[in-house]
Design a protein around this ligand. Structure first.
Ligand code: PXL
Length: 280
């Protein structure tokens, strides 16, 4: 069984970061090792959030793993709270990310044209360093526009999306998957640029006219789980797009769904079936 390390916060309530990465990667069939970077009472869309920083624990935890000669097949990073943490995670990536370890970075810091609470342009610059260390980078359009300093657009065509990806390739190697791309009212998906081959590919599905918190973390966790399961990069993105859409479908079917996150639990059997059915 593949072993994945995922590094992000625990938002105790909120259906995001580690509370979705753990179940999704596990359901995709890999052992999931966690490195929690902070404990928050909820995600930061709530008011009055408590925040326990775990920066000081990062290196003691990873040193213990080193002594135990632990290795990882994949390392996936999500929400990180400070520049200092990004520096530490760069060290962790360098130490545990050698050889065939697949490094996936979701540069979580912004959405819908705005940085999340607590982030600024210095953090954006730092995040580019982490992206540079990754094999697969998964920004949304807002994050890509902050990192490339291209204007954020809600109405755009293929030229804009390709430009974002090309400018991202100035500091990313590997594959860049731009998430939440929509060229028409009824489709949404991912546009991917392979910086090694200079080629683009895309995968789209039906768009529901809603936006839910935490879907970016589910998407990134699914890409990670699918890659660990041996899917190639195109198939991993296709599974992630379809699973995210399936989650939104089942969430909307539930008249009592939570406002702060999606019913991914209901759709976990879909992920398992899909990953077991698809031929490798
Ligand atoms: O879903 C991304 C995320 C993760 N962790 C925390 C967040 C957010 C987005 O707002 O606030 C704490």
């Amino acid at each position: 069984m593949k072993r994945v390390l995922t590094i992000q916060d625990i938002s105790c309530l909120g259906k995001c970061s580690l509370t979705v990465a753990l179940p999704v990667i596990s359901a995709a069939g890999s052992e999931t090792v966690i490195l929690p970077t902070a404990v928050l009472s909820t995600h930061t869309m709530f008011q009055g959030v408590t925040f326990r920083d775990l920066t000081e624990d990062i290196l003691p935890i990873t040193s213990h793993w080193k002594k135990e000669q632990i290795q990882f097949d994949g390392i996936y990073t999500g929400y990180l709270g400070s520049i200092e943490q990004v520096d530490l995670i760069l060290q962790v990536m360098a130490e545990f990310g050698q050889g065939n370890t697949v490094k996936i970075v979701d540069p979580v810091m912004a959405d819908r044209g705005k940085l999340y609470t607590g982030f600024n342009m210095t953090f954006v610059e730092k995040m580019k360093e982490l992206c540079a260390a990754a094999d697969v980078v998964l920004p949304n359009i807002t994050e890509a526009s902050f990192m490339t300093e291209l204007p954020y657009k809600e109405d755009y065509g293929e030229d804009y999306i390709e430009e974002l990806l090309l400018q991202m390739s100035a500091f990313c190697k590997g594959k860049i998957g731009l998430t939440g791309v929509s060229f028409g009212a009824d489709e949404i998906g991912v546009m991917v640029y392979d910086t090694q081959t200079g080629t683009f590919f895309r995968y789209f599905t039906k768009k529901y006219p809603v936006a839910f918190h935490g879907t970016g973390d589910i998407f990134a966790s699914t890409v990670t789980g699918a890659l660990m399961k041996g899917k190639n990069i195109e198939d991993a993105f296709a599974v992630a797009v379809d699973f995210t859409a399936e989650i939104i479908r089942v969430t909307l079917e539930n008249p009592n769904h939570r406002t702060y996150g999606v019913d991914f639990e209901t759709a976990l059997p879909y992920l398992w079936r899909r990953l077991s059915m698809d031929k490798e």
